[in-house]
Design a protein around this ligand. Structure first.
Ligand code: AMP
Length: 425
């Protein structure tokens, strides 16, 4: 089979790496990929945000299956366009992807279907936000409707800060372009987990739970990033909890989307807060998370292609995934300065030695390859991922591999997974 993966990050490298292990994949393409991906798949030039470019690449290579990594092409309707042309593609339609692309859609949908989530109000002006703030205590969470690459969520300590933040979102001062709606949300406390399921529009199969680390600094401090690391271990959600999450969240979402005429096919990523009142949905994503995917796929023992095809063809079953009982850990190495300004083009050393370690995989995110050498080309550069029987070992091995890698100004958090170790001991 010919498979095309769309995207250029560590998540896409992990998808390519796992798909390559399927005996049924004969040709693997990635658009546009990155330095590391291009060692494992044929990379095609093009911008994943440009649907014409994606369609023309698909027209050329005629893939038997296309797998979409990032959210933007999904929210632009890449799945609808491919399906219209009779091309098989993994991911939700534009209407189904609203669960991620519109926070107000997601909140109203959850309310309609009794899915546990924080109390909220949807506002269309700063004045309305000021009035609605009377219903909330502080801190209060202010969320811009629409995709904002992790920058659209502010936890305001005072109501005045919340109102000004909402105002900045409406005017466009805060995010660069104005938003039409802002969601105010009750502030929830607890541990966050990422719970992903595969859905064929009717049935769901859970992936192993994971936890990511969004803040740039150790101890979860500093600016929000695309993710500085992740780990996966079964104790994040025991079988009873997984069943609860399936029954109260994943299955009602999939049934609700079907009932509303937008069957949800693809990965449904539920970002959850495990509160004293029980698990609550913070957000949905309509695709694999990054860097959770790197940690999660490291534990997958069955054929990823089979699972993705089953979702497209409407035959997801309980046994579609087989997981290792091992734990895994992914440490992201970033360019110094990220998520602010950084300098690219630095020569990366030590990749070969790190890649030779057993049960370690170095996923590339922001790299390019020239004359056989790898250079940095983005904020998040590598996702060094290890797997071992115990989480402590997986973490140590990931950091051992990180120690072998070097480039000027490289930065990584030294505490990935540390919180889990504390709660376990
Ligand atoms: P979101 O994009 O909605 O997941 O929000 C990004 C991050 O903001 C989450 O991963 C949480 O850490 C935080 N967050 C979002 N909503 C809430 C909430 N209601 N209470 C507390 N923290 C939140």
């Amino acid at each position: 089979m010919k498979v095309l993966v769309i995207g250029s990050g560590g998540r896409e490298h992990a998808l390519v790496w796992k798909l390559r292990q399927s005996s049924r994949v004969s040709q693997l393409y990635c658009l546009p990929g990155n330095g590391g991906v291009c060692d494992e798949a044929t990379c095609l030039p093009g911008d994943p945000k440009n649907l014409e470019a994606l369609l023309s690449a698909a027209h050329q290579i005629q893939p038997d299956l296309t797998v979409v990594g990032p959210e933007l092409p999904l929210s632009l309707g890449v799945v609808d366009e491919f399906v219209r042309r009779g091309l098989k593609i993994f991911g939700p339609t534009q209407a189904a992807a609203q669960l991620e692309s519109s926070k107000s859609f997601a909140k109203e949908f959850m309310q309609r279907h009794n899915i546990p989530t924080a109390h909220y109000a949807v506002c269309t002006s700063e004045e309305e936000a000021r009035r609605s703030l009377g219903l909330f205590s502080t801190p209060v969470v202010v969320k811009a409707d629409g995709l904002a690459a992790g920058k659209g969520v502010v936890i305001a300590q005072t109501k005045e800060e919340a109102a000004t933040t909402a105002g900045g979102m409406f005017s466009g001062k805060l995010l660069g372009s104005p938003v039409g709606r802002v969601v105010l949300e009750e502030f929830l406390q607890g541990d966050e987990i990422s719970f992903l399921v595969l859905s064929d529009g009717e049935r769901v199969a859970p992936l192993v739970a994971s936890q990511d680390h969004k803040r740039v600094g150790e101890g979860d401090t500093g600016a929000n990033t695309g993710g500085m690391g992740a780990y996966s271990i079964d104790t994040l959600a025991d079988p009873a909890m997984v069943e609860w999450l399936l029954n109260h969240i994943a299955r009602p979402v999939v049934a609700g989307m079907k009932a509303e005429g937008h069957p949800y096919r693809g990965i449904l990523y539920c970002g959850l807060m495990m509160t004293a009142r029980g698990p609550m949905v913070l957000e949905f994503n309509c695709r694999f998370g990054d860097p959770e995917t790197q940690a999660v796929l490291m534990r997958l023992e069955s054929d990823l292609l089979e699972a993705l095809e089953a979702a497209v063809e409407g035959r997801v079953s309980d046994g579609i995934f087989r997981w290792s009982a091992d734990a895994s850990c992914c440490v992201v190495i970033a360019s110094g300065g990220y998520p602010g300004g950084f300098v690219s083009g630095k020569l990366i050393g030590g990749l070969e030695r790190a890649s030779e370690m057993s049960n370690v995989k170095v996923f590339h995110a922001g790299t390019s390859k020239r004359d056989g050498k790898f250079y940095t080309s983005g904020g998040r550069v590598l996702g060094v991922t290890a797997r071992a029987r115990r989480l402590q070992e997986a973490i140590s091995r990931a950091y051992e591999a990180v120690d072998l890698i070097s480039f000027e100004d490289m930065y990584y958090r030294k505490d990935i997974g540390a919180r889990a170790l504390k709660t376990q001991s």
